[in-house]
Design a protein around this ligand. Structure first.
Ligand SMILES: *Cc1c(COP(=O)(O)O)cnc(C)c1O
Length: 383
């Protein structure tokens, strides 16, 4: 066996996205201790940069030391107690995973099913909130990566507040690609990932919790079922002495205690990726995703593709297109793209398997070179 040197690929699937060299280089810097004062200072900057990305002042904003699915689970296990009722909107794969989280945490899931390719329907949500006044939480996916659909998070959060229900929002694919306004929408708990529109390698999950979520966690009568994801323990490391609403004072005491060994070099990468996002600016990043999406859309339509999702609900960062009838073996085309062109695109999932391709324009992958490469390679392979 020899050291591993993968062939560089152009990543235009549902994540991971292309990682800029600057971020890879950050990751190669010397590992320091996870309680080293320099590293603690880096953690504080990461928290500030994440607040910028999430557009929030929430003190309880930090990356969970594991991929997006762990951020999802962190939100569910900390907010749910056995016997609770949670309304879950399911319009794709990731909503389905939310249902799994709810039932495994011992709560009852009231599921609102929506056709795949359609956004969550606010009217159905309001009817369900009225029919289930006992519901503690409304959970939905902002950007469904399995279908390429954006749901109206602002309206859904407003409905939840009107009915005194907490919100859990999946922003794994939305963060950095389309606006995610945690404070303006008054989201209670939200999670994301690093490998989609932040263009950082996979392995961390930024989360943020607002004051009502913290109050619900503090009012728990049962312990959180997961030791690793229990916020009251994790925060002793991320904030110092347990003070979930005031990171400033925790910073002064500096009393951070060991919970788990943070993935130190992965944090360097996240810090660098968030710095790049702040240098570019959120609005510039969103319009870059939109512009590249429009170029890709025009080119794909010329090649005979049609989009699964109506224009007003499309995610710029995840383009789901129907595979033309002339393509007899879609897996063979994806294989040729990967092997001949070193280009990865995504297959369809679940009911959409074999019927669609999912072409990602996430983070650094949302650039003219990638759009041109993808259109050129598809034109060649489809003959
Ligand atoms: C990718 C993704 C996840 C899961 O993230 P992992 O990092 O793969 O664990 C969850 N929700 C959505 C919408 C995603 O796109």
């Amino acid at each position: 066996m020899k050291p591993f040197h993968p062939t560089p690929k152009t990543l235009m699937g549902p994540g991971p996205s292309d990682v800029p060299t600057r971020i890879l280089e950050a990751m190669a810097r010397p590992t320091v201790g996870h309680l080293d004062p320099q590293f603690i200072a880096l953690m504080d900057e990461i928290k500030l940069l994440l607040r910028y990305a999430f557009q929030t002042d929430n003190a309880l904003t930090f990356p969970v030391s594991a991929p997006g699915s762990a951020g999802m689970e962190t939100c569910f296990v900390n907010l749910i107690e056995p016997g609770d009722t949670v309304i879950v909107c399911v319009n794709g794969v990731f909503g389905g995973r939310m249902v799994e989280n709810v039932t495994r945490a011992g709560a009852t899931a009231v599921v609102i099913n929506e056709e795949w390719g359609k956004p969550v329907d606010p009217q159905k949500v309001e009817e369900t909130l009225i029919a289930h006044p006992e519901a503690k939480i409304l959970a939905f996916v902002h950007a469904e990566t399995s279908t390429g659909v954006l749901s109206d998070a602002k309206t859904l959060c407003a409905l939840a507040q009107k009915h005194f229900t907490l919100t859990i929002v999946d922003a794994v694919t939305s963060l950095g690609g389309v606006p995610v306004k945690v404070d303006e929408w008054d989201v209670d708990a939200i999670y994301s990932g690093t490998q989609k529109c932040l263009s950082v390698p996979p392995g961390l999950s930024p989360v943020s919790f607002g004051p009502r979520a913290i109050a619900a966690i503090e009012a728990r009568v049962t312990p959180v079922q997961s030791w690793f994801l229990d916020l009251s323990l994790v925060m002793n490391y991320w904030e110092g002495a347990r003070s979930s609403s005031d990171s400033g004072s925790a910073q002064k005491t500096g009393a951070r205690s060991y919970h788990h060994t943070a993935p130190v070099n992965a944090m360097y990468a996240l810090h660098e990726g968030l710095l790049m996002l702040r240098e570019e600016g959120l609005d510039a990043a969103f319009s870059r995703h939109q512009t590249q999406h429009e170029h890709l859309r025009d080119g794909l339509e010329k090649l005979g593709f049609s989009f699964l999702v109506e224009p007003e609900h499309r995610l710029p960062q995840l383009n789901t297109v129907r595979i033309p009838a002339s393509v007899k073996d879609e897996a063979a085309v994806r294989k040729a793209l990967l092997e001949k062109h070193h280009l990865e695109i995504g297959a369809g999932l679940g009911a959409l398997a074999g019927k669609v391709w999912r072409i990602g324009l996430m983070g650094a992958s949302a650039c003219p070179q990638n759009v041109d490469k993808c259109l050129g390679a598809l034109a060649e392979e489809l003959g």
